[in-house]
Design a protein around this ligand. Structure first.
Ligand SMILES: NC(=O)c1ccc[n+]([C@@H]2O[C@H](COP(=O)([O-])OP(=O)(O)OC[C@H]3O[C@@H](n4cnc5c(N)ncnc54)[C@H](O)[C@@H]3O)[C@@H](O)[C@H]2O)c1
Length: 273
């Protein structure tokens, strides 16, 4: 049985950060295309972007791609113009592109200003620029749905991802501001906040010890597949979510839903104490 519902039939979507097969953006582009959307895949470099797009086209999906650095206003304008020229309208944007680095982004006391600023330039300014320049086209077309990708790192403090988590917290705030300001023009704006997702990059880069820490704290017992984030984006993009706006949807296997003590308590209880 096909899992295709066609609930994005007639819509045009942009997914940023979609070049890498096995990662969230590429998986989301496929879910949106499977639901009938025509999709523009965008990324900062052309490496892999054309191949990922060609692989979707070979499955019969209506897709195109454009290289765009979302931190650049000119590049974002060109991406929106390309989409309108190619597909004639714009209904959905999935602001998925982001920069992370476990090596650079550690304690506040060691934070390099250049790193902090570049993280915000991509994750926060880039998301804002995409919204800024997509809004006129979406409003002209009668409305639309913006889905910003946040992160579970926003939910509490940690020893790494300081700049990244701060930039994503700003994205959540931006989400509510856009929902407030453009709701009357039929724009919905929500965020999806993933927990640990086993992307092809993490598969290569994560040590077995780190992998186990995240797995142990996820209530569903394992990492998400990239497509599980794509399914949440697709729902929020669709008319089924017509009364949902200004929300942050945790798609995190429950990692943010329990107190940090509960995993240790469960272990203690399993030992009969
Ligand atoms: N993987 C996880 O466990 C996880 C957890 C929480 C949140 N997220 C979020 O999900 C999204 C996708 O993450 P991923 O794990 O697939 O990471 P990823 O690094 O594979 O994806 C990010 C993509 O964004 C692109 N990108 C970076 N800078 C850009 C720029 N200036 N302009 C355009 N594109 C740019 C990269 O080239 C890359 O293809 C990100 O927003 C990330 O913060 C991921």
């Amino acid at each position: 049985m096909s899992d295709h519902r066609g609930e994005l039939e007639g819509k045009v979507a942009i997914v940023t950060g979609a070049a890498m097969p096995g990662n969230i953006g590429a998986a989301t582009a496929e879910v949106l295309a499977r639901e009938g959307a025509r999709v523009v895949l965008a990324d900062v470099t052309g490496d892999q972007l054309a191949d990922t797009t060609a692989a979707l086209a070979a499955k019969g999906y209506s897709v195109a791609c454009q290289v765009a650095d979302i931190s650049s206003e000119d590049a974002v304008k060109a991406l929106i113009a390309f989409t309108l020229e190619k597909f004639g309208r714009l209904d959905v944007i999935d602001n998925n592109a982001a920069r992370t680095s476990p090596e650079h982004d550690l304690l506040v006391g060691d934070m390099e200003v250049e790193w902090w600023d570049r993280t915000f330039a991509i994750n926060t300014r880039g998301t804002m620029l995409m919204c800024k320049h997509a809004l006129p086209a979406m409003i002209k077309g009668g409305g639309g749905s913006i889905v910003n990708i946040s992160s579970g790192t926003v939910l509490g403090g940690n020893f790494f991802s300081t700049a990244y988590a701060s930039s994503k917290a700003a994205v959540e705030s931006l989400t509510r501001y856009i929902a407030t300001q453009y709701g009357p023009q039929k724009i919905r704006c929500n965020a999806v906040s993933p927990g640990p997702v086993m992307t092809s990059s993490l598969e290569k880069g994560l040590s077995p010890e780190m992998r186990e820490i995240f797995r142990r704290h996820t209530l569903t017992g394992d990492y998400a597949k990239p497509s599980e984030i794509g399914e949440a984006v697709s729902f929020l993009a669709s008319d089924r979510a017509s009364f949902i706006t200004g929300q942050v949807l945790q798609v995190d296997g429950g990692i943010g839903a329990h107190l940090c003590t509960s995993t240790d308590l469960a272990e203690l209880m399993s030992q009969g104490m």
